[in-house]
Design a protein around this ligand. Sequence first.
Ligand SMILES: NS(=O)(=O)N[C@@H](CCC(=O)O)C(=O)O
Ligand SMILES: [Ca+2]
Ligand SMILES: [Ca+2]
Ligand SMILES: [Zn+2]
Length: 312
Amino acid sequence: EFPAGDEGYHTYGELTEVLRNTADEHGEIVSLSDVGSSYEGRSLHLVKISDNAGQDEDEPEVLFTCNQHAREHLTTEMCLRIVERFTDEYGSDPTVTELVDTREIYVIPTVNPDGAEYDIENGRYKGWRKNRQGNGTDLNRNWGYQWGCCGGSSGSPYSETYRGPSAFSAPETRAVASFVESRVVGGTQQIKAHLDFHSYSELVLWPYGYTYDDANDTMTPEEARRFQEVGERLAASNGYTPQQSSDLYITDGSINDWMWAEHDILSLTFEMYPAGGGGLDGFYPPDERIEPETQRNDEAVEILVAEAGNQV
Ligand SMILES: NS(=O)(=O)N[C@@H](CCC(=O)O)C(=O)O
Ligand SMILES: [Ca+2]
Ligand SMILES: [Ca+2]
Ligand SMILES: [Zn+2]
């Protein structure tokens, strides 16, 4: 459980209950399922929000993933905010209503429930980042595009950026990737845009992470320009700093690189609050920050969901 004073954060059990209640209360626009199980057997919840949620309609699809990194609990709250806003405000907020009626929005609130639960075991923060397989795999180095190519991850199982013994060796990345692959319908990937939430540093990041190149044989200059244009629009809405992932540091095997290179999904990463401060404290903002820092991204989420319909 979370330490005293931070009860505003949701444990896996509390998250599961909120999702079940939301699906019960909003049955016609919510479908709750899962993309598989974590290493320790926890369901990786998948929330679908759309009109006629039980049907696969011909509407642009959008994916939000949170909590790849265990200690980044604010991101789980971010995905919960998306679920709650796009259900509670359906029928009252015109923008939310329009987007739910014209898109299929998928949310995976925690990709790494085992790590998140381990991080708060006995009510004390451990600063844990990875999953709970062996000495832990960094899920954001385990994706299969340019996996381990470029010095953007580690081959040591004890490293915080251990890439795993092979691409998709982690059940969690494998499950999310399989879900994305299942959204190829009639030869066309239905998911058009994706955000992966992390903390912290207040950044908007776009691929590639594995190379400093802005453009190459799998990203034309025009496509790179679109990432930058959307990234800058997102950052203008929340005050984060926009930049290419590799401008921060080289990462290989990251989710964004795979989503783009393998599925042409407009896939970005948000690093949430705080902006700086260094050290472990930045991963553990007091729970009073949850509401302001998740609502800070309401407009960015709308921009991304809308952008999914602006296919080039
Ligand atoms: N959330 S974090 O681990 O501090 N930063 C992310 C940045 C992701 C990226 O550069 O694409 C990572 O290294 O996986
Ligand atoms: Ca629909
Ligand atoms: Ca569809
Ligand atoms: Zn992270």
